[in-house]
Design a protein around this ligand. Structure first.
Ligand SMILES: NC(=O)c1ccc[n+]([C@@H]2O[C@H](COP(=O)([O-])OP(=O)(O)OC[C@H]3O[C@@H](n4cnc5c(N)ncnc54)[C@H](OP(=O)(O)O)[C@@H]3O)[C@@H](O)[C@H]2O)c1
Length: 429
């Protein structure tokens, strides 16, 4: 049995507490699997007096979180604070510069600073691991980095935010509107008090940019992700989608093509015969398409103390075994700066929902905008009263260039016939 891997733990909230509980519960098994014990030696958070439901008296308490990076008794620093910059980034930089292994669940920091941190890890030959940063407990990073390492990946996509999926599933099951379900999700602890990162798609975009870097060998490019969240999806859209044979899901898609790397997080219509349509509640799922392995589906709990701690400790086990390679599946200098692909080049089908004034000529105005932009309409459904007094018109387009749909919407911008903004959802092909 080797010497213990000694861990300094920064952040003792949901995930940090989970890591302590998991290491306590599965200590013997983990020791046998890792070939050596994994022991927390020092911890840090903001408030030393907070009761966290775990015995912290056996660990050294460090007031200055940044000092964990140079703690004399630690081999590895685990960062579970969060935030793209601030104390998490200071800790990452100093730990990696000092040659310490670094494990994090912090997708925001990796999306913004992943390349720099990977370069630092390589320069000092230290481990940089972040399985928990994407889809919580699902081993999708390991799956892509190791299991699918022999494949060229054409596309990686999935449901990457449990809060949005919980809300959309509940809206569908109960026919209720977004704001009402969000309030309930907050009361149940499924959504943050400030839910904007989740519901506006930013959290999913952080994760997508990390997945894309691993899948395509590109530098993480969060700024290139086109993002739209779920706050404008109505119960009526979900009902309409259901009647057409689809479910509404917030899907992140990254795809490499002749025009570069395309990355988008948007609400999509997912056909009922697609596995993502059956991912309900706060579950996450990722699909990767490899040129030899075919379609891989990873599914499971995308958040929560247990699943997220499971991923963090799996990283620690890899480090204890000495089994860690390049963070983004290839050396940092091999990661290319991706060209951002313009969505207009893509072809696909789309769902468009308009709320319009109940007056003569509105339908003709919308149809003319579609015709003039070259959008071919597959079906058009007009429904009675929408919530805000207008009439709802839903259109499904035939497959065509996304540019044409964007142009049609541009033609209708500012039209006196429209009540509020139209909603565009792409149909997952
Ligand atoms: N929760 C999940 O299900 C989940 C899933 C996947 C990934 N993640 C990621 O895991 C990380 C941690 O998330 P979490 O849910 O565990 O967060 P959390 O419950 O809010 O816990 C954050 C911890 O960080 C500490 N902290 C905050 N600011 C600090 C500062 N300036 N200096 C020192 N410590 C500070 C807090 O200290 P006090 O307790 O003293 O206030 C707390 O212990 C984030 O990057 C998150 O995105 C979370």
């Amino acid at each position: 049995m080797g010497d213990a891997l000694r861990v300094a733990l920064a952040g003792l909230g949901t995930v940090g507490g989970g890591v302590i509980r998991l290491l306590d519960a599965n200590r013997d098994l983990i020791t046998r699997r890792a070939g050596r014990p994994i022991e927390i030696v020092a911890v840090s958070a903001r408030d030393r007096t907070k009761d966290r439901g775990v015995d912290l008296s056996r660990f050294a308490w460090v007031d200055d979180t940044a000092a964990l990076a140079s703690h004399p008794d630690a081999d590895v620093v685990v960062e579970l604070i969060g935030g793209s910059d601030g104390p998490a980034l200071t800790l990452a930089r100093t730990a990696l510069d000092a040659g310490r292994g670094f494990v994090t669940a912090n997708k925001a920091m990796l999306a913004h600073h992943g390349l720099e941190l990977a370069q630092k890890a390589e320069a000092s030959n230290a481990a940089l691991k972040f399985e928990a940063a994407v889809a919580g407990g699902i081993p999708v990073i390991k799956g892509l980095r190791e299991g699918a390492a022999a494949n060229a990946i054409a596309r990686v996509y999935g449901i990457l935010n449990g809060t949005c999926n919980f809300i959309l599933s509940k809206m569908e099951a109960e026919g209720r509107d977004f704001a009402e379900v969000l309030a309930e999700a907050q009361a149940l602890g499924y959504a943050e008090a400030d839910p904007s990162f989740d519901i506006d798609g930013v959290d999913a975009a952080h994760k997508l940019s990390i997945l894309a870097a691993i899948a395509f060998g590109t530098q993480p490019a969060f700024g290139d992700v086109a993002i739209a969240g779920v706050r404008h999806v109505l119960a009526a859209d979900i009902a309409q989608a259901a009647s057409l044979g689809y479910r509404v899901r917030l899907v992140g898609v990254a795809e490499e093509g002749p025009h570069g790397l395309f990355q988008r997080v948007h609400p999509h219509l997912v056909p009922l015969d697609h596995p993502l349509a059956h991912v309900t509640g706060s579950t996450n799922a990722v699909v990767a398409e490899g040129n030899f392995v075919g379609r891989l589906l990873f599914q499971g709990a995308g958040a929560g103390d247990g699943p997220t701690a499971s991923a963090v400790v799996a990283d620690l086990i890899d480090i204890a075994r000495g089994e860690y390679g390049a963070s983004f599946a290839m050396p940092a200098h091999e990661l290319t700066a991706a060209t951002k692909a313009d969505s207009g080049e893509r072809r696909g089908r789309a769902y468009l929902r308009f709320t319009v004034q109940d007056k003569v000529g509105v339908l003709a105005e919308i149809a003319a905008a579609m015709r003039d932009a070259g959008v071919s309409i597959e079906s058009l459904i007009q429904r009675g009263e929408a919530a805000d007094g207008g009439v709802m018109i839903a259109i499904v387009t035939h497959e065509g260039p996304e540019r044409a749909v964007a142009q049609a919407l541009e033609r209708l911008r500012g039209s006196q016939s429209l009540v509020g903004q139209p909603l565009l959802m792409h149909i997952l092909g």
